[in-house]
Design a protein around this ligand. Sequence first.
Ligand SMILES: *[C@@H]1O[C@H](CO)[C@@H](O)[C@H](O)[C@H]1NC(C)=O
Length: 449
Amino acid sequence: YWILGRLVQVLTSRTHAVYKKWVPNTNFENGTNWDKGTVPCSSDRIQFLPQKEVSVYVETIHGIQEMNLPVDGEFILPQGAGFAASNGQNDDCGPGSEVTFKDTELLLWFDPAQWQAASSWDNLEKGPFLFSVHGESVPCPQDDVVFWADSSFRVDTTANQLSVPVKSVSVLGNRFSSSDDFAQYLSSHSGRLQFHGASKVHVGEPGCSDKMGCVCDNSANHDRICSAVKCAPTDCKKPLRAAGHCCDVCGAIVHLRCKVGFDLSTYQQRLHHLFLIQPSYQSVQLAMSRLSTLWPLRLLSQEVVAEIQVLILDGETGGESGRVAESLARDILRDVSSQGTRLGIEGADYQASSGGSSTEGTSSNAGAVAGGVVGVLLLVACLLLLAGSEIGELGGPLDHGFDNPMFDKPTLMPAEPELYVRETGGSIVMTNAGIHFVNPSYDETDFET
Ligand SMILES: *[C@@H]1O[C@H](CO)[C@@H](O)[C@H](O)[C@H]1NC(C)=O
């Protein structure tokens, strides 16, 4: 596979690590975990729902008068924490009432709202946190997952497959990166209380060692992720849907075509220092993801080895919604056209929710061509998929696509793809010329318009 060959060339010791922290906790001292919104006082009667399993971290010592425990559960007591009998005569507490620990069953691993992401362990605590498309807000297989050390939690890890692969999981200060050790932990009493559901988290995946970034493959659970997301209404002309995102958004999407030498972390820093620190871009959120749909791009240039999607949102509303994001997209394109070669970026294009895009002549023509070629090839791929019922998942016959002799003969494509393809408002129109697509893996397929 040529992709693997290329990837091996760009492997470096520098990693592009992402840490994902589970935000909610089931700590005793967290008021939001109690039905009254506050931590019980010594005169309160404490109830745990009898049929619910809980794991509860207790930070300090609490005087209690009465506490009803669930059928199964645990208190995690660090040194100095605990419970002491109390007669409830504490002046600060008032007469006391019944206080119930809330149901903790409902929190889902695949709910993007429950996670925070950071590029380093240090940033996990105070930020800056990374903004991501929904599909990458939950842990990716190459991520380090962190459950905060001084906290308890309970997470439903049900997935669309039997296992949920990640690089490592840290629980209560212990980091598990060996699949055997973690499997053993999961079968322990604590492990069973903290992680429940039909699928099991599996650690030991390799981290991301590609400085161009790694594809976050959560596609198998995309519907599950999106069912946890509630989309806000949009008020722009042409809302955009970014790859991996669950909602249509107002803003802009930039696609970068990257060559060997591109470094995602360095480029993120560049965008930060050049643009994001500007006051006018203060409200901007920017998510960068490496896309898995690379192969059609090879037609364009043998040098392009990765495609990066940059989703840009802003805090604007009404008629201004997405305008600031679009202006940043144009700044990014200008930067690419002047510095792209040095940064390992072959070209870029953008679309904005105002209806604007780089195909409208403001900048790089290459962008328009790329969009068109990708569009056509995706269409061709779709038609082939429809035509060939035997085409299976990755690893199936579709892989033959990489052996396509056409890729080594770019001249088979007309020099100016615009002649026969144009993208209009999201749909693809073929004009003038037919596309003749010969692939030895399939019957000869001929598309004429
Ligand atoms: C309290 O719990 C809620 C929900 O689990 C969580 O979002 C919040 O961060 C917690 N607060 C603290 C101080 O731990």
